[in-house]
Design a binder for this molecule. Structure first.
Ligand SMILES: CC(C)(COP(=O)(O)OP(=O)(O)OC[C@H]1O[C@@H](n2cnc3c(N)ncnc32)[C@H](O)[C@@H]1OP(=O)(O)O)[C@@H](O)C(=O)NCCC(=O)NCCS
Length: 278
């Protein structure tokens, strides 16, 4: 049986952890039922619960996910790194809504159903190749990957600098991870959809910035307006516009576009699977 040290390894705030563990003893039946669904990637029922109850169901589900990891032989380190994201999303929920617990259950369901893993600095998700609007016909023709083919989408968790060596290490380790634990999953590239690939950042931040070095690893393939997410990522989840006072070039750029009514964009990029292998 898993003891409370297991949950402590997630790095959750102690009061929050205790509140969620208390809630899960109060709503055990709900947790049991919803947990079975979460493990299969279904979170509709949990969306009806308040944030502490959502967190309770997630914590209740974790021992089963841990067993699934153990069955595959996946390292404890990958498990706890992957689920340290709960911490990040509880903090974002508190900033945005002032409520303790977990709001973004859609996202954490991907982790519970083993669709996403954190390997080093980055997260990796089983996915299909996408082409966003404005990709340009020449780029689409030149692109070596087909719309809808299997790929791995990567994500960039907040919480630490985007050190380029760590990103490359992550990509190399992801190759090994998927080869070892998911050998039948054949894919040829990694993709990403993020505001970090904005080509304007080359002049705004300079070539030495982590964000620009990260962006330089990818070939672009289209973009979409994504103002809300961009703004939250740069000014915080509260979106308290009257108190914005830009402290760096990135915030100045973002605020200037907001004030001019220009959309903030997210870009699609791809990189060949083995590009960074030694
Ligand atoms: C991705 C991330 C770690 C990059 O941070 P980084 O390693 O500091 O990036 P850079 O070195 O390129 O930063 C250049 C400058 O922009 C600032 N900056 C970077 N990201 C910032 C952010 N999200 N908000 C405000 N300022 C930021 C840095 O502090 C630095 O300022 P300085 O020149 O005054 O020191 C950071 O943006 C982040 O945590 N983002 C949240 C997660 C995210 O957006 N994921 C992608 C989701 S699609």
């Amino acid at each position: 049986m898993i003891n409370s040290n297991f949950y402590k390894k997630l790095g959750l705030d102690e009061d929050l952890l205790n509140a969620a563990l208390t809630r899960f003893s109060e709503i055990k039946d709900v947790c049991e039922k919803q947990s079975r669904l979460l493990l299969r990637g279904k979170c509709k029922g949990v969306l009806k619960l308040d944030f502490i109850s959502r967190l309770a169901v997630v914590l209740y589900s974790l021992p089963s996910v841990y067993l699934n990891y153990k069955e595959k032989g996946i390292d404890d380190k990958i498990f706890f790194d992957t689920f340290s994201d709960i911490n990040i999303w509880c903090a974002n929920a508190f900033d945005q809504y002032g409520e303790k617990g977990l709001e973004n259950i859609h996202w954490i369901t991907k982790h519970l159903s083993m669709k996403i893993f954190r390997i080093g600095r980055l997260q990796f998700e089983f996915s299909r190749f996408l082409i966003l609007p404005h990709a340009g016909i020449k780029n689409i023709i030149r692109c070596p990957y087909r719309l809808g083919e299997k790929c791995i989408t990567l994500h960039i968790p907040q919480g630490e600098k985007l050190d380029n060596d760590k990103c490359i290490d992550s990509l190399q380790r992801a190759n090994e991870f998927f080869k070892k634990y998911y050998p039948s999953y054949k894919y040829r590239c990694y993709t990403v959809i993020t505001w970090l690939l904005n080509p304007d950042f080359r002049t705004v931040l300079g070539e030495d910035s982590n964000i620009v070095k990260f962006a330089n690893m990818f070939t672009l393939l289209g973009y979409v307006p994504d103002s809300d997410m961009n703004e939250r990522r740069v000014f915080g989840y509260k979106k308290d516009r009257k108190n914005y006072s830009p402290e760096n070039a990135l915030q100045r750029y973002t605020l200037e576009r907001i004030n001019k009514g220009k959309p903030l964009l997210s870009y699609n990029g791809f990189v060949k699977k083995n590009l960074f292998n030694p």
